[in-house]
Write a protein that binds this ligand. Structure first.
Ligand SMILES: Nc1nc2c(ncn2[C@@H]2O[C@H](COP(=O)(O)OP(=O)(O)OP(=O)(O)O)[C@@H](O)[C@H]2O)c(=O)[nH]1
Ligand SMILES: [Mg+2]
Length: 341
């Protein structure tokens, strides 16, 4: 595949100074550049391409779970714990609901302000934009911008609602699913494939009744899932290359259990590095990003093709035939490439 050189020449003066600012660790530049990303501002892609050269693959942790599970409160406590270790932290709170309905974004803006004291924490909340897939793409871009800026750890909080949100969070190195006491039935139904994506479960609001039982139920489900996998593989031996999700009890409001949760994240990260899974995780993330961008491109392309080929739709052509004819040259190119390769 031919890849053109990063188009630093394409950047206008404004974007170039923002990119330089980000690379020099200037917070205002980072903030402004993220706004360009969020607003689909002309040229932002070139800026992200240039930044890509300066990314190091910062450790990312995704936090997901149902609305009100305590994700933001938990993230705040995690930030404190990471800061105590001297790590710099970026936080991205993704709100997939409409920009106008989000009470949580409003709350998040307040958090952002209260955090302004500490220059080593950068907080950003992001809402859904107009076009499908846009939020996922923008979130990935912001992760890269924070990476190039030099953050040590990036936390991504998102409500575990639809497929797009799952895509965002599963791109993280470590995925933490925040569950609530008594949420066993929900988890059993495996909403949005939550069991599969969790590396660590936090049963939050453990000050309420039933937290221990929920943790036990989760552990049982993890065991069953594991036994099924093993019998599928026909290998009864314990496989050290398989991560067994851990389950931690937390009270985000008081900070109880946070130290154990951070330790569970560290264990998982150590597992990723030692098993070689980290590389796999990163290449999955890369592919996920390419897929997200492709989906966006193809949607635009599809609209343009329909507009350009209206004549195909005349008379008695059925919709399947029309779309197959349009997509046929692409299919053949892909198949040809697969055969050549
Ligand atoms: N009792 C108790 N309340 C908690 C705990 N954690 C969070 N809360 C409260 O639960 C409410 C929701 O917390 P958030 O942190 O905003 O939850 P969230 O998951 O970020 O919510 P969304 O972003 O809107 O999905 C707040 O009133 C918190 O104070 C906990 O461990 N125990
Ligand atoms: Mg929140």
């Amino acid at each position: 595949m031919t890849v053109s050189t990063p188009p630093v020449e394409n950047l206008d003066d404004d974007l170039r100074s923002l990119v330089d600012g980000v690379l020099e660790g200037d917070q205002l530049s980072l903030s402004r550049l993220i706004s360009r990303i969020e607003n689909d501002a002309p040229g932002y892609r070139d800026a992200v391409k240039v930044l890509h050269e300066h990314t190091t693959g910062t450790r990312t942790i995704g936090i997901t779970g149902q609305p009100g599970a305590g994700k933001s409160t938990l993230v705040d406590k995690l930030v404190d714990a990471l800061r105590e270790r001297g790590l710099t932290v970026g936080v991205i709170a993704v709100d997939p609901s409409s920009p106008y309905s989000g009470g949580s974004v409003l709350g998040d803006r307040v958090r952002q302000t209260s955090r302004n004291e500490d220059p080593d924490v950068f907080f950003r909340s992001m809402s859904a934009r107009g076009h499908v897939g846009g939020l996922a793409a923008a979130t990935f871009d912001v992760v890269h911008a924070m990476d190039a800026y030099g953050k040590d750890v990036i936390l991504v909080e998102t409500v575990g609602a639809g497929q797009n949100e799952v895509e965002i969070v599963r791109a993280a190195d470590t995925v933490c699913v925040v569950a609530l006491p008594g949420a066993g039935d929900d988890v059993q139904a495996n909403k949005a494939g939550i069991l599969e994506i969790a590396d660590v479960f936090a049963v939050n609001k453990a000050d309420y009744d039933g937290a221990k039982r929920t943790a036990q139920e989760l552990q049982q489900m993890i065991r069953i899932g594991r036994d099924l996998e093993r019998s599928d593989a026909g290998d009864p031996a314990d496989d050290p290359d398989t991560w067994v999700p851990s389950v931690e009890l937390t009270v985000a409001t008081t900070g109880d259990g946070i130290a154990d949760l951070v330790e569970a994240f560290d264990d998982h990260y150590a597992f990723l590095r030692e098993s070689g899974e980290l590389e796999e995780t990163r290449s999955r993330r890369f592919e996920q990003e390419v897929r997200t961008h492709l989906q966006n491109e193809l949607e635009d392309l599809g609209d343009a093709m329909v507009a350009a080929h209206r004549d195909l739709f005349a008379d008695d052509v059925d919709p399947y035939t029309a779309s197959e004819e349009l997509v046929d040259p692409f299919r053949r190119a892909v198949e040809g490439h697969l055969e050549d390769g």
